[in-house]
Design a protein around this ligand. Structure first.
Ligand SMILES: N[C@@H](CCC(=O)N[C@@H](CS)C(=O)NCC(=O)O)C(=O)O
Length: 244
């Protein structure tokens, strides 16, 4: 019934089904040439999950968009066999999610549908000026985004362990050793640049992906180490998110 149930279960276990922190959308007047901007509609469940990065990109770029949040409720809390998502089911039954393989997120750009969260993120990063200022910077932004994906994959492997005792040990090790090591590796991988941002002299999707991973309220991790540049950019990015 819930084909993406396992992935979503992992997201839920990771705290990603927590209430979505409000990501403000600024007034259209902020944006010059608003008439030329495409209209964006982003459809996802009312959770952070696979749409939060896209929402944050849109918010930081002060890009107005239609933020469609489909309800997702549990008959019995935590029991995915009792999940209810009537709007999603109706959209799927009508074929409205065919482009995204019957799943969400789904982005519509002037009515043209785009599926797959990573494709949506990359498209928005380019369109919203968050993909670096040259092809090389774009590749650097992409590289750091893939590092974020590696970190999440590594975390989900630990979270997905069935044996409770082994999982408990794995989680302790994850937070005590693995995550700090990942962040150190990420730190060493940062390209040289004027700072404070990761790539070039301005905020990019890379900063925002690290922000969402490490610092966003309701996110997976809270890193309190002294690792410098990664956290500095994440904090700088968080200013952009919260002072909108
Ligand atoms: N690879 C896709 C995965 C999309 C996906 O699995 N979405 C889940 C929500 S986290 C979904 O729509 N599940 C509903 C279902 O499969 O019935 C992406 O990154 O967008």
């Amino acid at each position: 019934m819930f084909a993406g149930k396992k992935a979503c279960l992992l997201l839920a276990q990771a705290g990603l089904l927590a209430p979505v922190p409000p990501v403000a959308v600024s007034s259209p007047s902020v944006r010059c040439c608003a008439l030329k901007m495409p209209s964006y509609k982003l459809t996802y469940f009312d959770i952070r999950g696979l749409a939060e990065n896209a929402r944050i990109f849109l918010a930081v770029a002060q890009q107005p968009y239609e933020d469609v949040r489909l309800s997702l409720t549990f008959g019995t809390p935590g029991d995915f066999s009792t999940i209810q998502r009537p709007e999603f089911d109706a959209m799927k039954a009508k074929g409205e999610l065919d482009i995204s393989l019957g799943k969400v997120p789904l982005l519509e750009v002037d009515g043209v549908k785009i599926g797959q969260s990573k494709a949506i993120e990359r498209y928005l990063a380019k369109e919203l000026g968050l993909a670096g200022s040259s092809p090389v910077e774009a590749a650097q932004v992409d590289q750091l985004g893939e590092t974020v994906r590696d970190i999440k994959d590594a975390y989900q492997k630990v979270r997905g362990v069935q044996d409770e005792e082994a999982k408990k040990k794995g989680m302790e090790k994850w937070f005590a050793e693995d995550l700090p090591n990942w962040v150190k590796l990420a730190e060493k991988s940062l390209p040289a640049g004027p700072g404070p941002f990761m790539v070039g002299g301005k905020v990019s999707a890379a900063d925002l992906l690290f922000y969402t991973l490490l610092l966003a309220p309701g996110g997976i991790f809270t890193v309190s180490s002294t690792v410098s540049r990664v956290l500095t950019v994440a904090i700088a990015a968080s200013d952009l998110v919260f002072f909108l």
